[in-house]
Design a protein around this ligand. Structure first.
Ligand SMILES: NC(=O)c1ccc[n+]([C@@H]2O[C@H](COP(=O)([O-])OP(=O)(O)OC[C@H]3O[C@@H](n4cnc5c(N)ncnc54)[C@H](OP(=O)(O)O)[C@@H]3O)[C@@H](O)[C@H]2O)c1
Length: 286
């Protein structure tokens, strides 16, 4: 099997470059990022995909700057929605299965209980709306999987685990919001599930997250515990306390029920505390 992974320098992309050959040594993985080609450029996408002629295209590339998307909506729509149209077209041309990564931010967070795959999205931000556009484009491909995930952390790139560890090293007291709830998800666990979905060419939309719903406050406490630090150093605040306020609204409760996986009999990803400890230990050793 030959796999083309876009966004190969990102958190999820980097883990996929390891997870595909780890699952099957005969899998050939080609990782590409912005320096190779821009997924928003149709000619470049069609040329690159046909040149590598993959069996599977996994699109992890995205405009992930949630706040900047509010002031630069064209950039977000181009990379998150239009680009996926090009990838779907290119995948169809070479007969490849398209796997597209999406986000809990397609929901407004007002349901009050975990979202299942069949809930109606209603994004509150430009980022969320553009990612929903991308889901709709991916679903036009002849053969596709959409994996919606949330609160991605990993060894690589910038993410909340690294931010919390850095702030904990600099300040005696930390403040994190206690009114936004989600499922923290670790890119290596996510990558293993994406490999399975891709290899089996399971069609349709799946929520793929680690288990264990928490707030950012609860997550910060868990990070301190994993560091062997006192979790009571973290203070709960509310989103309205954030100064300056962030331009993009976040869903208050975007916990994703991994219902489609569960009903398919696929073993779910573990509770987030497990990969969190692994990640913190790895980062501390660097
Ligand atoms: N991070 C999260 O908390 C989170 C939560 C839910 C869902 N997701 C989704 O999960 C996926 C992977 O996220 P991630 O955290 O791994 O993202 P990431 O670390 O930001 O990596 C994305 C990569 O895509 C590249 N890229 C951006 N625009 C591109 C373009 N037009 N053409 C080619 N490459 C481009 C980026 O390059 P530059 O860095 O140079 O821009 C970056 O290397 C995305 O679809 C994201 O929407 C993420």
């Amino acid at each position: 099997m030959r796999v083309l992974v876009t966004g190969a320098l990102g958190q999820v992309g980097r883990e996929l470059l390891e997870a595909f050959p780890a699952a099957n040594t005969s899998t050939e993985v080609i990782g590409v990022d912005l320096g190779d080609f821009d997924i928003g450029d149709r000619d470049e996408v069609l040329a690159a995909v046909s040149a590598s002629s993959p069996d599977v295209v996994v699109n992890t590339a995205a405009w992930t700057a949630v706040d900047a998307a509010e002031s630069e909506p064209d950039g977000a729509w181009r990379s998150n929605a239009l680009a996926v149209r090009h990838l779907a077209e290119a995948s169809d041309r070479v007969g490849a299965h398209l796997v597209h990564i999406s986000t809990d931010y397609v929901f407004d967070g007002t349901k009050g209980s975990p979202y299942v795959e069949w809930d109606e999205p209603n994004p509150a931000s430009v980022y969320g709306a553009s990612k929903l556009g991308g889901e709709r484009e991916a679903a036009q491909a002849r053969s596709f999987t959409i994996a919606r995930t949330s609160w991605v952390c990993s060894r690589h790139g910038s993410n909340m685990v690294k931010t919390i560890m850095r702030v904990a090293a600099e300040q005696p007291e930390l403040s994190f919001v206690d009114d936004q709830f989600g499922h923290p998800t670790f890119a290596d666990d996510l990558a293993r599930m994406v490999v399975r979905l891709a290899t089996e060419r399971r069609p349709g939309l799946f929520h793929v997250t680690n288990a264990g719903a928490t707030s950012w406050f609860g997550f910060a406490q868990a990070v301190l515990e994993a560091m062997g630090e006192d979790p009571d150093r973290v203070r709960p605040i509310s989103t309205t306390d954030l100064q300056p306020p962030r331009p993009a609204p976040r869903p208050a409760f975007s916990v994703l029920d991994n219902m489609a996986l569960r009903l398919s009999g696929v073993e779910p990803l573990p509770d987030f505390h497990e990969p969190l400890q692994r990640t913190v230990t790895w980062l501390e050793a660097q």
